[in-house]
Ligand binder design. Structure first.
Ligand code: PLP
Ligand code: COI
Length: 343
């Protein structure tokens, strides 16, 4: 199979139309058999549930070319189960989890020419999503749905790759207590758009959202969880019911404990602790972000520069990054069941 002629090492995090996408339709209470198609356009009612009441959920995962030339993806079963949780919360019928994984495999196979070669630092981003496609005018769930997957080759989420970023404490809230912050629904991201444009206009790469009830605890950013290294070299991860259960974060907790023999503490993290310089390192983690180091956090004009600084990733984040990406690119042996070989 001949690869596409792209400048793989200089890709940003953008959309590019690839050859195939997967589609399955839900009608009369059942999903059809589904399959790959060429057409990237979707025609739907002007009154579709997704258009009127934002009834949509999505996932994000990546396919990689490993050192020994296989195409693999990382823990797709966890994306399948998280998408099922998201769907249930928005009254969307669940696309069966085993079919989800099979559909990911089929879509990546159909776009194998778009999977970046090993050594370029790039990967194929996979975007599964489900949305209400039939008309609704009273506030209620749609009757018919579409499950789709597209792929797009991507490089780093933040310009500059692993360079530390500056983030701000947002004045906006992202997710209410007992709301939808713990699922991957498009509506959460719509909520964050004005906040991210505001942050970018002020020169910040991202927002840190606080817990909306007390505005004293660190939650997450618009597209990643947050991890810290404290003064005793523990990995500290934020615990909250209103953040997305990141697959990258859960994997890093395992990597820290079992590969790097670190102590991991999962707990509520107060903004005050950041201000009191309790942490040596801080980073964002997620499928798109991988690990992106945070160099400085700005709280309403007060700039808190992490001891790891603005020049490079701190040593613990670097070890976590090297081990996780080593597992994903096949340089380091993965825990049982983490790597799904596609071809
Ligand atoms: N938090 C939010 C809001 C996200 O959009 C993402 C991205 O998926 C994450 C966290 C990280 O989750 P994961 O590691 O499963 O990609
Ligand atoms: C992902 O990491 O997969 C996401 O969905 C985050 C998004 C901001 C690109």
């Amino acid at each position: 199979m001949e690869k596409k002629n792209l400048d793989w090492s200089n890709l940003g995090f953008g959309y590019m139309k690839t050859d195939k996408r997967y589609v399955s339709n839900y009608a009369h209470g059942a999903w059809d058999e589904g399959g790959l198609i060429d057409d990237d356009m979707i025609v739907m009612s002007e009154d579709a549930g997704v258009l009127q009441y934002s009834q949509s959920v999505f996932e994000g995962l990546k396919a990689y070319t490993t050192q020994d030339g296989h195409i693999v993806c990382f823990r797709p079963d966890l994306n399948a189960s998280r998408m099922a949780d998201s769907a249930r919360r928005l009254e969307i019928p669940v696309f069966p989890e085993d079919r989800f994984v099979d559909a990911v495999v089929e879509t990546v196979r159909g776009n194998a020419a778009w999977v970046p070669p090993y050594g370029t630092g790039a990967s194929l981003y996979i975007r599964p999503y489900t949305f209400g496609i039939s008309p609704v005018i009273g506030v209620k769930p749609a009757e018919n749905y579409q499950f789709r997957i597209f792929t797009t080759p991507v490089g780093p989420y933040f310009k500059g790759g692993a360079k530390p970023i500056r983030v701000k404490i947002s004045d906006f809230d992202r997710a209410a207590p007992r709301g939808t912050g713990n699922i991957k629904a498009g509506l959460n991201y719509a909520m964050s758009l004005h906040a991210i444009v505001t942050a970018h206009n002020e020169g910040f790469a991202e927002n840190i959202y606080l817990d909306p009830a007390t505005r004293t605890k660190i939650e997450e950013t618009g597209g990643a969880n947050i991890i810290f290294v404290d003064r005793d070299d523990n990995l500290v991860v934020c615990k909250s019911d209103s953040i997305l259960p990141s697959i990258t974060r859960r994997s890093l907790v395992y990597v820290a404990e079992h590969y790097l023999h670190m102590n991991v503490v999962e707990r509520e993290v107060y903004l005050e602790e950041v201000e009191n310089e309790n942490f040596k390192e801080c980073g964002l983690c997620g499928t798109a972000a991988v690990i992106s180091p945070i160099g400085a956090i700005n709280d309403h004009g007060k700039e808190i520069v992490l001891p790891s600084g603005m020049d490079s990733m701190g040593p613990v984040m670097q070890e976590l990054y090297d081990t996780l990406t080593g597992i994903q690119y096949g340089r380091i042996e993965a825990p049982e069941g983490w790597i799904k070989v596609i071809e």
